[in-house]
Design a protein around this ligand. Sequence first.
Ligand code: ZN
Length: 397
Amino acid sequence: METNPALAGVRCTACDATFDASEVAGRCPSCDGVLDVTYDFDALDLARETFADRSTRSQWRYRELLPFAPPDAVSIEEGGTPLVPVPSLAAEFGVAAVYVKDEGRNPTGAIDDRGQSVAVTAAKRAGATDVALASTGDDGQSAAAYAGRAGLDSHTFVPSRAGFTNKAMVNVHGGDMSVVEGRIGDAASAFADAVADRDDWHPVQALSTPYAHEGLKTAYAEIVEALDWETPDRVLYPTGRGAGLHAFHKAARELDAVGLTDGLPKLYAAQAEGCAPIVRAFEEHRDGHEPWENPDTICGRIEIPDPAGSALALDAIRATDGGAVAAPDAEILEGATSLASDAGLEVGASSGSPVAAAYALAERGDLDADDVVVLVNAGAGSKDDDILRSHLMSKGI
Ligand SMILES: [Zn+2]
């Protein structure tokens, strides 16, 4: 299978050790840190016109920023999602423009498809027969879909609270699923116990492999290309594990490095007040999080009490002069349902958090009149229809 000729290797984000990409599949063998894919960008000759001439709308349009070559990629045409303007929110916030990057329009309805396309491709390259992960739901559904397409077996550990659609579709895609009583920490423990006996299970969870978060980068590349290669002022991301913020930060730096963009957006973590370890660490000026003791939010996708990417997300936020905002569930659900009723957009419950965070920034006077603000919808609203409808009932509707 072909790799990107600019692929240099993988590097540990914690200890800076470097490894041959073909020899390491999971975390850093030296310190268990998160590994990032690295490239020799001097080997690339990229211009904005390069992309204008490409017909593919899938994420493999940005193949120079991905480790593998498209003919061999395990792809279901993920990516190519729209950047939808929401003028009503721009007027409300008093900014130049607000957009929603609508990742709900991916093959399984979540941004995770970008990551699983790359991670499952890596697993197939490595000769894996099985892929495995612990999941709050969306990435498990996605992994099952991509493993099925690649002819691999998938093993997904989800907490009992994961959404019905996620659980049903893991099975529909032919995946093996363990439903673990409790929350994501319980599923992660069960997964760790199971994988300890199975060295043939290839990890595909974001940040457990260099490749899943690598795929998330392409969402940012699409945002800037849709804005005619102008860097947005602020990007707000529904944040659980921290992988998405790290991926967007990496993408922004790489696009700058190859000369396609000029400058980084201010990156923001949007969390739920009932589980906000990254917001708390940001406010307390710490480099990493303290595990959240009693997570309690209806927003299952971002209920990650012990996020593996907290240090990376905090670095992304601080390096870009961004921020971190936690909102109550009621405001998050109001953000999601108001986008549906006022702008026609179906966003997942957890992805109401960037909307609620943007309201908080506007109220504090932290937004500028000429700002271009991007809110990331990480997953489709239809997967959370019961939660969103219940929010209306709480208002007597
Ligand atoms: Zn390391």
